[in-house]
Structure formats: C-alpha cells, structure tokens
Design a protein around this ligand. Structure first.
Ligand code: HEM
Length: 150
C-alpha cells in the first residue's frame, strides 16, 4: 500500500547532542529537531544564544523570548526530524507541575472551606462568651450590693 505521508526522521537526544558547533548546530523545540547551522549568522538574536542552546532542548529559552509568528513559521525551514524522547520528558514534567498545582489548589479549597465555617463559629462563640460574662458580673455586683445592705 503506497502512502504519501512523509516518514518523520527520529533522532535520539544523544544524537542531537553531537551537533553543538557553529558549523553544525542542532536544537530541539517542542520535540522537533532543527538544524540551524545555516541560520547562525542571520539569527536576529545572535549566534551566541543559539550556540548556548545547541544540542539540547531549547523550548523554554525559545518561548521566553516570545518569538513572533514569522519566526515560528521560519523554523519549518530548518526542521529535520523529531526527538520524541525529549518531548515525552517535557510532557511528564508539565504533568507533574499540573498535578502539584491541582493538589495545592485542592488544599487551599479545603482551608477556605474550614475558615468559612470557623470564622462565624468563632464570632458566635465570642458573642456568647461576652453575653455570659456580662451576666455573671451583674450577679457579682448584685451580690456585693446585697451584702452591703445586710
Ligand atoms: C529555528 C529556531 C529559531 C528561529 C527561526 C528564530 C528566529 C528569530 C527571529 C525571526 C527573531 C526576531 C524577532 C522575532 O521575529 O521574534 C529572533 C529573535 C531572538 N531569538 Fe530567535 N529564533 C530561533 C531560535 C532561538 C533560540 C533557540 C533562542 C534562545 C536560546 C533564540 C533567542 C532569540 C533572542 C534572544 C532574540 C532577540 C529578541 C529581541 O531582541 O527582542 N532564538 N529569533
């Protein structure tokens, strides 16, 4: 059965790590491998940042710059394959961060529920105590008056 779908070339992270020189520079962004060797001199952000990110996953640095849509489209020119290994690692970390966030949101939710109940209960308790304390001191005063009269 003939298929028109182009098979994606898969690289290991170890293979990508071998391309770290100005004349042979690869990076990984969102699990895709880019051979940017011919782009080093033309990169508006300079070649030094690219060299620093060479041979590894540069997704975070790439996103932090806030590259334009034109820059993202331009990346396709340098796309040479995939590195699913790195993508999987990234997704696992993202999932971990998400579940931690979910856990802490759940904890905050519980505490706010507890406070919602505790604050009115505490206020009621204080009001009740003040009322009783007031009554008791009336008794003391009345008792003292009665003793004086006797
Ligand atoms: C194939 C990959 C890349 C392409 C095609 C690309 C393209 C571009 C383009 C067109 C700009 C001009 C501003 C814009 O239009 O957004 C730019 C700026 C820049 N890029 Fe890249 N870039 C790539 C990878 C990277 C990576 C991996 C890093 C960091 C490690 C990086 C860091 C920067 C910086 C620092 C600037 C300058 C931003 C500024 O002056 O405001 N770029 N890039």
């Amino acid at each position: 059965m003939a298929s028109n779908e182009a098979k994606e070339v898969v690289f290991s992270a170890e293979e990508v790590q071998r391309h770290v020189s100005p004349g042979d520079c690869w990076i990984i962004v969102r699990g895709k491998v880019y051979d940017i060797s011919t782009f080093m001199d033309d990169h508006p952000g300079g070649d030094d940042v690219l060299l620093q990110a060479a041979g590894r996953d540069a997704t975070e640095e790439f996103d932090n710059v806030g590259h334009s849509k034109a820059a993202i489209a331009q990346m396709e020119t340098f796309h040479v394959g995939e590195c699913p290994e790195v993508l999987k690692k990234n997704l696992a970390t993202e999932e971990g961060v998400e579940s931690e966030t979910r856990k802490s949101t759940y904890k905050i939710g519980i505490w706010s529920k507890i406070f919602e109940f505790m604050v009115p209960a505490l206020l009621l308790g204080v009001a009740f105590a003040l009322r009783n304390f007031g009554k008791n001191s009336d008794f003391v005063q009345n008792d003292a008056c009665m003793l004086k009269q006797e």
